[in-house]
Design a protein around this ligand. Structure first.
Ligand code: FES
Ligand code: FES
Length: 152
């Protein structure tokens, strides 16, 4: 089937989409947007987090067909002329090691700060509970979120 959707503000379409195909697969393999990562494909790790009509979802759990006519924002859509403050804070604080989890953390952090510009540490931990990182030990990620909140 063909799907038509808006991705990062641009009208896109993809052909030959299989009924069971995930939005994550369509974004990465059909639309040339490999920023969202496939780590578990089971909704457990958050590395595939994108916004669907403004709400964060695990793109591995959303069927591509469900995005028909809807708006998707991926990590590629975060930066404008320069890095988004959240991206800048992750760089500044060294909150990236292998980087596989990073796109998901960026999307979840931006969503948190859009809802709550000054979250407490427990609120940050709760908001990021669905994002797993195997490298950083999370402290630098927490630092980055605090810095992003302060800089925005
Ligand atoms: S790849 Fe989607 S949650 Fe892990
Ligand atoms: S930086 Fe490697 S999984 Fe998070």
């Amino acid at each position: 089937m063909r799907i038509e959707l808006t991705v990062n503000g641009v009208a896109r379409e993809a052909d030959d989409v299989w009924e069971g195909e995930s939005l994550l697969y369509a974004l990465r393999e059909r639309l040339g947007l490999p920023g969202s990562k496939n780590a578990c494909e089971q909704g457990e790790c958050g590395s595939c987090t994108v916004y669907l009509d403004g709400a964060p979802v695990c793109a591995c759990l959303v069927a591509a067909g469900q995005a028909q006519g809807r708006e998707v924002t991926t990590v590629e859509g975060l930066a404008g002329d320069g890095l988004d403050p959240v991206q800048q804070a992750f760089v500044e604080k060294g909150a990236v090691q292998c980087g596989f989890c990073t796109p998901g953390f960026l999307m979840s952090t931006k969503d948190l700060l859009d809802r709550d510009p000054a979250p407490s540490d427990p609120e940050i931990r709760e908001a990021l509970a669905g994002n797993l990182c195997r490298c950083t030990g999370y402290e630098k990620i927490l630092d980055a979120v605090r810095t992003a909140a302060a800089n925005r």
